[in-house]
Design a protein around this ligand. Structure first.
Ligand code: UGA
Length: 454
């Protein structure tokens, strides 16, 4: 099949490349010429494991190309995916939570002017309920003679695991009432169908809501376990054990029950807010989701205080080492990352920050200033008063604890991702503060010796 993809962000680039891997002939379009030139050279603008190699493979095979010309992208296309950005809308400069659809609608107009034969136009960006119908209206108004159907096909891929998620989804959701479009979408996803991936055909509105409801539910699950973690700390319970046993109940499931510093990224924060706004606008308030948005924002702020408390309440003049600034591992994305809230708050409280992230330092440096960045995780530990694990990169899971302890000025480790074992921390003599687990503080002796040396 011939596929056009409008927008070469995360979703567009991954989907286009994966369709090419299925054997389709794909042209990806972007209005940003610099981006297209980079992509043509095999230079991938985002860090996503495996993507660079897969793009190179598909380009070499002649199944994947990049253009800024809409005519080229649509030439002979059976389906065109709209995968442009839907940033939060700005109302007088401030974000109001609604998704801004101007790029989606512009793409619809551009596509409409270039439809030459029956084409299925697919909205892949996360868009509010009603967008597919609106896209259909725009295309019909712009080009009344066009032969087309519009369908919604939300994406459920996670950054850092995007290719695997695309190739092995739990389900594919297709929102269209047109049997012709259904047939085409079924053909397109045939390689997954062979693997028995369920394809759920629904109305466009249902499809759009499935995406928001899924993300909001996962964000709620995380927020729920985060609050349980707080209760664990007050009661001496261990949140990892609570989550493990809860997860054994098939009705609950074990995934997305890892307590942490609050969710971030380009999806959950934006989508929960947009769903809450839609609920308000349509008179069906999503009060649970509204609470989730608030509780999560508050949690990210509270993480800085947790670190300050771990250091004894005053960090003026201290140096704090931060391991990980990306919102999650295997990405260079720092959008709505807890690190961007925590670092300025620690600086405000008088600390100097030294930090390392395997991929996200360049991105983070655009948002936080006066941070000493280093390429070596061990350099982050040198003479620091406290070490904080913000992101659970694999690189941080097996650090040499004796080496770190010797290198640090004071052996205080705040692990906001619970990647270390309590027993191990006890044995190595750290003050170890984690999330929803008992405090390990068997180093009072070494702390007082640090104080007496000072
Ligand atoms: C999320 C969804 O998981 C995808 O299914 C969806 O397609 C995507 O949004 C999207 O709408 O495009 P993503 O934002 O890439 O994917 O990352 P997640 O792995 O879902 O993590 C989101 C945040 O939740 C991260 O900050 C992560 O650290 C946090 N999280 C996740 C937890 O704190 N605990 C968990 O148990 C799981």
């Amino acid at each position: 099949m011939r596929i056009g993809v409008v927008g070469t962000g995360y979703v567009g680039l991954v989907s286009g490349t994966c369709f090419a891997e299925f054997g389709d002939d794909v042209t990806c379009l972007d209005t940003d010429i610099t981006k297209i030139e980079r992509l043509r050279k095999g230079d991938i603008p985002i860090y996503e494991p495996g993507l660079e190699d897969l793009v190179a493979k598909q380009v070499k095979a002649g199944r994947l190309s990049f253009t800024t010309d809409i005519k080229e992208a649509l030439d002979g296309a059976d389906a065109v995916f709209i995968a442009v950005g839907t940033p939060p809308k700005k109302d007088g400069g401030a974000e109001d939570g609604h998704a801004d659809l101007k790029y989606v609608y512009q793409a619809a107009r551009d596509i409409a002017q270039n439809i030459k034969k029956y084409t299925v136009i697919v909205t892949k960006s996360t868009v509010p309920v009603g967008t597919a119908r609106e896209v259909e209206k725009i295309i019909r108004e712009t080009n009344p003679d066009a032969e087309f159907d519009v369908c919604s096909n939300p994406e459920f891929l996670r950054e850092g695991a995007a290719i695997n998620d695309f190739m092995h989804p739990d389900r594919v959701v297709v929102g269209t009432e047109s049997p012709r479009a259904q047939k085409l979408m079924k053909r397109l996803y045939r390689p997954l169908y062979i693997n028995q991936t369920p394809i759920v055909f629904v109305a466009p509105e249902t499809s759009e809501l499935i995406k928001y409801a899924s993300n909001a539910f996962l964000a709620t699950k995380i927020t729920f376990i985060n609050e349980i973690a707080d209760l664990c700390e007050k009661t001496g319970a261990n949140v990892q054990d609570v989550a493990r046993a809860m997860g054994m109940d098939g009705r609950i499931g074990s995934k997305f029950l890892h307590a942490g510093p609050g969710y971030g990224g380009s999806c959950f924060p934006k989508d929960t807010l947009a769903l809450a706004q839609t609920g308000q606008k349509l008179g069906a308030p999503q009060t649970i989701v509204e609470q989730v948005v608030q509780v999560n924002a508050q949690r990210q702020k509270e993480m800085a205080q947790r670190i300050i408390d771990a250091c004894g309440g005053d960090i003026t003049g201290q140096t704090i080492g931060i391991l990980g600034v990306a919102f999650k591992p295997n990405t260079d994305d720092v959008r709505d990352a807890p690190s961007l809230v925590v670092i300025p708050a620690l600086q405000e409280a008088g600390a100097h920050i030294i930090a390392h992230d395997p991929e996200a330092m360049e991105e983070a440096a655009k948002h936080v200033s006066n941070v000493t960045w280093t390429d070596d995780p061990y350099a982050v530990t040198l003479d620091v008063d406290c070490l904080v694990i913000m992101t659970e990169w694999n690189e941080f899971r097996a650090l040499q604890l004796d080496r770190i302890k010797k290198s640090m000025k004071t052996p205080i480790l705040v692990d906001l991702r619970n990647i270390y074992n309590l027993e191990e921390m006890k044995d190595h003599g750290f003050r170890y503060v984690s999330i929803g687990r008992p405090l390990i503080d068997n180093l009072k002796a070494s702390l007082s010796s640090v104080e007496s040396v000072a």
